[in-house]
Design a binder for this molecule. Structure first.
Ligand code: PLP
Length: 800
């Protein structure tokens, strides 16, 4: 308490009675930060003394969400902190709500990185995360007249309380210019790079605490600054403006997170961002390594650089550059080190997401990096040509540079010591399809590490009543560090009292979420109805539209027949669309038009409610997921690499209605048919239908109920907006194959799984038993398990 008072006085010149709740939040954050900082210094000293092998996790995104309660949780001080806050006359719950989400990510990929920081730290692995200190995180979504508008997310004002700026660890990153070979009198060769622009990379470190450990790690966020100080007095008018412009050009690099999820954005600023954070990171690691060992010869023994998707691929040529140009190593020696230091995680098989950069752009922005990529590419071509006896079709598929583009995934597969997919199915698709030939040549390079989520955050912290029930049933809190211990809960699968308790907890969480929704938006949720939830980025492959089609079907059936069998439902949606993704935005519009219509319709009263939740984000997920009963994981088979919200729902006792896609496959395998509402085509079936020429129109013509639903899109809803464009896309395509994601083919199967879920819900004993079994078997989806897999199979580092 005294610590908080001290921070208020020193940082804001305020006493407690004059402090705003924002200042109070910041004071608490600073107190907690100091505690983690102390531990982090000790961890770093210990690692240096032991010359420990280090993991570096490079990711363009870390979707951290809020940190105050989470850090307090990990430090075992939620209670004392809460008491101190209350004793100072503030509500702890309200204060936690003051914290802005650190939204430095789009969705699953960024949230995964955040979960992995927690798990690695808790497992005593020295791991540092690296990303960009975006001034603006993922946009804030507002719905106006049913449509998405985007507002800037200025999180740093308050969220900056967690960051410690380390000016003395600033790195310089160079863009543009020209490179020339130079030969020195002694016959050695060097590179002269001139005419470049320098941007400073200033580290702003976020301290990461682990759970029940003294280990603390760092997430390093690089902030872009201009090396030119703008000082009016020094410049004539012309130079002054040039200086201001230079400053703006440099600082724009860390201005904003690109809001595209699972989509490549071929903008030069995006490439600048990638090289900026990668170059700063590699330089920083090398600088520290040299200070410790005096040489980079043993670099690969002491470091592994894990790259989260292809966005940080430029670490490969950047590390080569340092070893070649600064250390003077031979190509072979440099390649030996680099190829043993970097590992790559693939996150998608969607072709629109696979990164390819125009040669011209790479060449002009990063001339030396371009030369190195060309050399890597040429050497790879000769190797492949020898291996495949010059088979052109193989060479084309595996090429790093092709059609004047650099293919980042192929560069990763060539250079990395390990390549992994993120679920069993996804890895299988990598091996048999996307990277088939590379897999045949080097099968040992390929691994699977199924994604996992931080179960301490996503179960224990966000669902304290469930946490208490688990501890009570299992006799200890062992599951927090050994998530597999959740299986002990299964002994209670037929214990009526425990099942009832489980149902009560769900009820409380629903009430809590409903109260939150009412406060935020004024909407009253029917808490007696089943909460059926689909929250994730808006993407056609995730098929929010299939869910909407089914709701239209229910609404039409209620009109046709007031006695239509329907278990009361509240359909909840939350989704941001990339600002340039027109179809996704149209689907959001549809969801809002439909929700308005259904909610006003007397026929739907107490039976069917539909709410689009504005601005879906981590902190919303934290109250929503514990309140959810049915989890919609309905992507087209073969498209979702893993999914992670599916795991968060499972741990919180929601049942899944889902396809055999991503990690759903492993979830279904764990709980069995009888504890999962499975539907839909399998990956092979989807591929087969695509080969044969899928005709969605036939499903439309042969199923009158489905036809009525699609026709309703064209007619529209109460607001008079027609969604004929979406209907046309489903029936005829529009610069794309008709119904590219097989909604019509899967509709009947989905309808029948929905019916089955509704009927099961009416039998609470069965439902609660299924729910308990899902929780009990969810331990395998903890990030701790994923991180142990990485540590054992890819990183080769010890862990707790
Ligand atoms: C977990 C999470 C995601 C990922 O959801 P998927 O359904 O796996 O795509 C996206 N956004 C937020 C805020 C999350 O917490």
């Amino acid at each position: 308490m005294d610590l908080i008072i001290g921070k208020l006085r020193r940082n804001f010149g305020r006493d407690v009675d004059e402090a705003t709740s924002q200042q109070m939040f910041q004071a608490c954050a600073l107190v907690v930060r100091d505690i983690i900082s102390e531990r982090q210094l000790k961890s770093a000293d210990k690692e240096r003394d032991e010359h420990a092998r280090q993991v570096h996790y490079l990711s363009m995104e870390f979707l951290m969400g809020r940190s105050l309660r989470k850090n307090a949780y990990n430090l075992g001080m939620v209670k004392p902190l809460t008491q101190a806050i209350e004793a100072l006359g503030f509500s702890a719950a309200d204060l936690f709500e003051e914290e802005p989400d650190a939204g430095l990510g789009n969705g699953g990929l960024g949230r995964l990185a955040a979960c992995y920081l927690d798990a690695a730290t808790t497992l005593d692995i020295p791991l540092t995360g690296y990303t960009i200190c975006y001034e603006l995180g993922i946009f804030k979504q507002k719905i106006v007249d049913g449509q998405q508008i985007e507002l800037p997310d200025n999180w740093l004002d308050r969220g900056g309380a967690w960051l410690i700026t380390k000016m003395d660890e600033t790195e310089e990153v160079r863009f543009g210019g020209t490179v020339k070979d130079v030969w020195y009198p002694d016959g050695s060769h060097g590179i002269d790079h001139s005419g470049y622009t320098t941007v400073l990379a200033v580290p702003r470190d976020m301290q990461i605490a682990g759970y029940k450990t003294n280990q603390a790690n760092v997430l390093r966020l690089w902030d872009a600054k201009s090396p030119t100080p703008v000082d009016m007095s020094l410049y004539s008018a012309g130079e002054y403006l040039k200086a201001v412009e230079q400053q703006a050009n440099a600082e724009v690099i860390s201005k904003v997170l690109y809001p595209e999820d699972n989509h490549r954005e071929g903008k030069s600023l995006r490439l600048k961002q990638q090289y900026f954070f990668v170059s700063a990171t590699v330089q920083s690691i090398c600088r520290k390594h040299k200070a410790e060992y005096g040489t980079l010869r043993n670099f690969h023994e002491k470091h592994v650089l894990q790259i989260n998707d292809t966005h940080p691929t430029l670490v490969i040529p950047e590390l080569m550059r340092i070893l070649l140009d600064q250390e003077g190593y031979s190509w072979e020696d440099a390649w030996y080190i680099v190829s043993r230091s970097v590992a790559y995680t693939n996150h998608t098989v969607l072709s629109e997401a696979l990164e390819r950069w125009p040669q011209d752009l790479v060449e002009s922005l990063l001339p030396r990096i371009w030369q190195i990529i060309v050399e890597i590419s040429n050497r790879y071509q000769s190797e492949l040509s020898a291996y495949w006896n010059g088979d052109q079709s193989k060479l084309e598929k595996l090429a790093i540079i092709w059609g004047h583009e650099v293919r980042m995934a192929n560069l990763c597969v060539c250079a990395c010591s390990a390549v992994n997919g993120v679920s069993a199915l996804h890895t299988e698709i990598l091996k048999t399809d996307v990277f088939k030939d590379a897999y045949q040549r080097q099968p040992d390079k390929f691994h699977n590490v199924t994604n996992g989520v931080d179960h301490r955050r996503w179960l224990s912290e966000v669902n304290p009543e469930l946490d208490a029930l688990i501890i009570d049933c299992c006799g200890s809190d062992k599951y927090l560090l050994q998530p597999d211990a959740l299986t002990e809960l299964e002994k209670f699968a037929d214990d009526a009292a425990v099942l009832e308790k489980l149902a009560d907890i769900k009820k409380h969480n629903k009430a809590r979420f409903a109260a939150w929704v009412q406060r935020e938006s004024g909407v009253l949720l029917n808490t007696d109805a089943m909460f059926d939830v689909q929250v994730k980025r808006l993407h056609e492959y995730k098929r929010q539209l299939l869910n909407a089609l089914h709701i239209i079907y229910l609404w039409q059936q209620l009109h046709a027949n007031p006695n239509f069998e329907l278990t009361p439902r509240v359909y909840l949606f939350g989704a941001k669309a990339a600002p340039g993704y027109a179809v996704a935005k149209e689907i959001i519009h549809l969801l809002n038009s439909l929700a308005d219509t259904v909610n006003k319709d007397p026929v739907c009263k107490d039976k069917l409610q539909m709410v689009f939740l504005e601005n879906y984000r981590v902190s919303m997920a934290e109250t929503l997921i514990p309140a959810s009963e049915l989890s919609e994981q309905i992507s087209t088979a073969g498209k979702e690499a893993s999914g992670t919200s599916n795991m968060k729902f499972m741990m919180n006792g929601a049942l899944t209605i889902g396809t055999l896609d991503g990690a759903n496959v492993e979830m279904h395998q764990r709980v069995g048919d009888e504890n999962f509402f499975l539907f839909g085509l399998k990956t092979e079936e989807v591929n087969e239908m695509r080969r044969r020429g899928y005709k969605s129109y036939e499903y439309y013509m042969q199923n009158p109920a489905l036809k009525a639903v699609i026709d309703q899109l064209t007619v529209g809803f109460d607001d008079g907006v027609s969604y004929a464009g979406l209907a046309k896309r489903l029936l005829f395509g529009n610069g794309c194959p008709p119904d590219e994601y097989f909604l019509l083919a899967d509709f009947e199967s989905y309808r029948s799984a929905q019916l089955s879920a509704g009927r099961t819900y009416l039998d609470p004993k069965t439902w609660n038993r299924m729910s308990l079994i899902n929780i009990a078997r969810s331990g395998i989806f903890a990030a701790d398990r994923s991180i142990r897999d990485y540590a054992d199979e890819i990183w080769h580092v010890p862990h707790r």
